[in-house]
Write a protein that binds this ligand. Structure first.
Ligand SMILES: [Zn+2]
Length: 653
């Protein structure tokens, strides 16, 4: 469920990139920005948002030009958080994308705990020694009877006794039979407080104990207040950055903290530097991002790979209910990576609320699928049993496709079917489906285990159809096949480059051949890519560029017909933000296998199998799908070559 980060706007898919930092870009072709893109991404805007006075102009690269325009349309903070009971009256703070970011001089400054308050010797048995007092208050042991304690007593009683949370009970020796001491003991026992046998001290020693308690409280309060204020400031910055990203439909935010901090936005698959700050800001920002998350591996650890999530509907953790994400953001997935030389690399993926999710086939169409594709989906949905797998490299939009398809299926079946989904995590609501959560776990193996557990539970819950977010392990694959074998209709995604590679990948994972060679189980395998759509306002007709090498290849492949309604990417215009492309469109290849095809594949005769698929099964390759879009003028010819190989070369299958 990794590349779900898409939005559908007017039939375009704006999608992005990276699934996880580790394997991204291995499979996708490199996005090499043209000089034009490069200029655009770092060029200072002509109307920069007023910079915070506390840092110099050189600390910040002005936000992108269209940001300030977009700000006026930002009305995303109307969602009501679900406050915890004690936070019922707290209103979310108004944060907009132009809320100024803070830059701190030295956020790492640590205030040290009180140390040399006394000059007594360090004798742990001396009730007035620093050593004794430190030991006494060690591990957060609280003096309950101090004014700030959880069981405070009046000043007179404090001259007689002190009770600690761990049960240590100090009494001034000569007052051991004082009625107030006996009364206190009685009361403490009645309240079921832990109270040990009295340890006798002098009045001066008791005063020392209380004085130390005061000092600790003062220091802790100072630290916690300052910490809290700093955290709140950084959390506000965190929300501000997310808001800036959300109005631009940014799919991922990349933050690199090194000698200085660089924040990059990925929009439509292209990375652009959004702002630069000093190193300290970045470190605090990353900490605040971690602290704001709902689910985290554990404590923030600078040198570890850590993952976290933040749901959009709940206030940021630790913000007292005041800070919430923009309404259009359904959630965040955060990946914290250490990189060499003490730098930190954080990727935040934004998951957007999807307004089109209630639609059926229209929703698939809006991803860019053609009528041919839609018919294939319809056919596969009509099959009562078997497995269909949507594959694609990182960031190819396969999860969104799966989700849209399931919505279409529910609609077709009038919601009279039990669709259970197991996703980690369920990212988008599928109305009418039962979306089973996977218990969050820190390490990969534990995640896989929890995923398998949820999947097994789903199978026992009387499903008609099952949607499995992603098959990554043999145990998940086994359960998927068990579902299919026991008469269910199972849909899932798999990380594979091509439709045919699905089979090999499943075999690699460890699925037995007999399951893979049965076409009533292996119903459909499809692979998809997201192609960038050429901007219709500035595209350049190929017939005006006959000397362009790609145009020459186009002519070689399709003759002069190829010059009709085909285009090269233009220099960019205002409509496309000077990129020459705008939005994305899905292109897919489907394999609906039969026994012969599966046999050939499993015997390792891939090329034969592919030829059989194209000729005998009338399969349509990814390239053919892309070329259909190309002849509609939707993709520039170089975009097709980028994904499918040169136009004058034979089909890459
Ligand atoms: Zn344009």
């Amino acid at each position: 469920m990794d590349e779900l980060n898409q939005q559908v706007n007017n039939g375009t898919v704006s999608e992005t990139g990276q699934e996880s930092v580790s394997d991204a870009s291995v499979l996708a072709p490199p996005v090499i920005p043209t000089p034009n893109e490069q200029n655009n991404s770092v060029e200072p805007a002509s109307e920069p948002v007023a910079p915070e006075p506390s840092f110099s102009q050189s600390d910040i690269l002005a936000p992108r030009q269209n940001l300030s325009d977009a700000l006026s349309t930002l009305q995303d903070f109307s969602n009501t958080p679900q406050p915890q009971p004690q936070e019922q009256n707290v209103q979310p703070e108004e944060i907009t994308a132009d809320t100024k970011l803070t830059v701190e001089e030295n956020p790492q400054a640590e205030q040290s705990a009180p140390s040399q308050l006394y000059s007594y010797e360090n004798d742990p048995n001396d009730h007035s020694s620093v050593r004794f007092l430190k030991d006494l208050y060690d591990n957060g042991n609280e003096c309950m009877t101090s004014p700030a304690g959880s069981f405070p007593v009046n000043e007179e009683t404090r001259k007689l006794l002190a009770l600690f949370a761990n049960g240590r009970f100090f009494v001034v020796g000569e007052s051991r039979y004082d009625g107030r001491v006996l009364g206190f003991e009685y009361l403490a026992k009645k309240r079921r407080l832990q109270i040990g046998d009295p340890e006798y001290v002098t009045a001066a020693e008791l005063t020392g104990i209380y004085t130390y308690a005061d000092q600790i409280h003062t220091a802790t309060d100072a630290i916690s207040t300052e910490e809290a204020q700093r955290q709140t400031r950084m959390q506000r910055d965190f929300v501000t950055v997310i808001s800036r990203a959300a109005i631009n439909h940014v799919s991922d935010i990349h933050i690199v903290v090194a000698d200085h901090t660089t924040v990059m936005f990925r929009v439509n698959g292209l990375m652009q530097t959004e702002m630069e700050y000093n190193k300290e800001w970045g470190e605090s920002f990353v900490r605040a991002a971690f602290a704001s998350s709902d689910i985290s591996d554990s404590n923030y650890a600078q040198n570890e790979y850590q993952a976290a999530q933040k749901l959009g509907r709940t206030p940021l953790r630790g913000s007292g209910g005041r800070l919430v994400l923009p309404k259009s953001v359904l959630g965040l997935r955060l990946q914290f990576n250490p990189i060499a030389f003490g730098t930190r690399y954080v990727v935040i993926r934004l998951l957007y609320a999807d307004e089109n999710s209630a639609m059926g086939d229209e929703a698939l169409e809006s991803l860019g699928f053609t009528q041919y594709d839609i018919n294939q989906f319809r056919y596969l949905r009509s099959l009562p049993t078997g497995i269909v797998i949507v594959s694609g490299p990182t960031g190819s939009g396969k999860s969104t496709t799966l989700q849209r398809n399931m919505i279409a299926m529910l609609k077709e079946r009038n919601y009279e079917t039990n669709l259970i989904t197991v996703e980690d995590p369920p990212e988008y609501p599928i109305p009418g489906a039962r979306q089973m959560p996977v218990t969050n776990a820190g390490i990969e193996e534990a995640k896989d285990r929890e995923f398998t557990k949820a999947l097994a539970a789903a199978l026992r819950s009387d499903p008609d159809s099952l949607m499995i977010g992603e098959i990554r392990t043999l145990s998940a694959a086994d359960l998927a096949f068990r579902g299919a074998l026991s008469g269910h209709n199972v849909w899932s995604t798999l990380h594979a480059n091509t439709a045919s590679a699905v089979l090999l990948r499943l075999k690699d994972i460890g699925v037995e051949d007999f399951k893979l060679q049965d076409p009533s189980i292996m119903r459909g395998m499809l692979a998809q890519r997201l192609f960038r759509k050429v901007c219709p306002h500035c595209r350049v007709a190929t017939k005006t560029q006959l000397n362009h090498p790609a145009v020459q290849r186009l002519r070689e492949a399709y003759g002069d017909v190829g010059l009709e309604n085909t285009y090269l990417r233009g220099a960019g215009c205002e409509e496309c933000d000077f990129r020459g492309v705008s939005g994305r469109s899905a292109v897919a290849e489907f394999i609906l296998p039969d026994t012969t095809f599966l046999d050939l594949m499993l015997k390792g005769e891939t090329q034969k199998a592919m030829n059989y698929w194209v000729t005998d099964l009338h399969g349509r390759t990814l390239k053919e799908g892309a070329v259909e879009h190309m002849f509609k003028g939707e993709f520039d010819i170089e975009e097709v070559e980028r994904w499918c190989g040169l136009l004058n070369q034979p089909n890459l299958i």
